[in-house]
Design a protein around this ligand. Structure first.
Ligand code: HPA
Length: 234
């Protein structure tokens, strides 16, 4: 057991998918894994381990925001030996060309701050995805007939952001979408010699103000899970 994960040593696979929502972790494990077992329920942050095409896989909720994700990712990397961490989650589109339900694969994740950012002092560290994982995810998405957007995203500390001018500057610099976890995930994976990637589905749009109806989210979420699993074992 680690401080926030109740799994026994050896109960967590080297490959971990991390949705923000613990109920999505349960749904993804029950839908895509063979013989999924509940391995964590501390604070209701559900985690399951099973196999996908014979490969051991854990699907562990991260909670919302970088401070929460940082706790789970640190413990997975430092105490359970995780080697590949893939965030699967939703994002808000920041460019007109990025549409509702589109898949966004984050090459880099900009942030005003992360739980790690103070260690870099005045440096603006550039959290980036593992290249081979990213290339494999792009191929997996294309194989499914999807056309993913690949580029920079913004990992925000606020869902309800009042800073319209900041959003505008990020849009001017080609940032595709906003979410709240990837920058810290990428930083921690780089620090610990692991691979990380974020595969996201657009659930709402900052330009058009559309939002995906709840019933439409499951299919899009399923595509992300399959892309992540295919990329992890490519
Ligand atoms: N902002 C931040 N995080 C998000 C959003 C958003 O609009 N949509 C999904 N995750």
């Amino acid at each position: 057991m680690s401080t926030h994960i109740g799994a026994a040593p050896g109960d967590i696979a080297e490959t971990v998918l991390m949705p923000g929502d613990p109920y999505r972790a349960r749904w993804a494990a029950q839908t895509f894994l063979d013989a999924p077992r509940l391995i964590n329920e501390v604070r209701g942050m559900l985690g399951y381990t099973g196999t996908w095409r014979g490969h051991p896989v854990t699907i562990q909720g991260s909670g919302m925001g970088m401070p929460s994700l940082s706790i789970y990712a640190n413990e997975l990397l430092r105490e359970y030996g995780a080697k590949t961490l893939i965030r699967i989650g939703s994002c808000g589109a920041m460019q007109e060309a990025v549409k509702l339900r589109d898949v966004v694969i984050a090459q880099t994740a900009s942030a005003a701050s992360t739980p790690s950012s103070t260690i870099f002092r005045e440096m603006g560290f550039a959290p980036s995805a593992d290249y081979r994982l990213l290339a494999a995810a792009v191929a997996a998405a294309e194989e499914k007939g999807l056309t993913p957007h690949v580029g920079g995203i913004y990992s925000s500390d606020t869902f309800y952001d009042e800073r319209a001018d900041l959003t505008e500057q990020l849009q001017r610099h080609g940032v595709l979408a906003v979410e709240m976890e990837a920058a810290e995930l990428y930083t921690l994976a780089l620090r610990h010699g692991a691979r990380a990637l974020a595969v996201l589905t657009v659930s709402d749009h900052l330009v058009t103000h559309e939002a995906l109806p709840a019933k439409d989210r499951e299919q899009s979420f399923g595509d992300m899970v399959e892309i992540a699993l295919t990329a992890a074992f490519a």
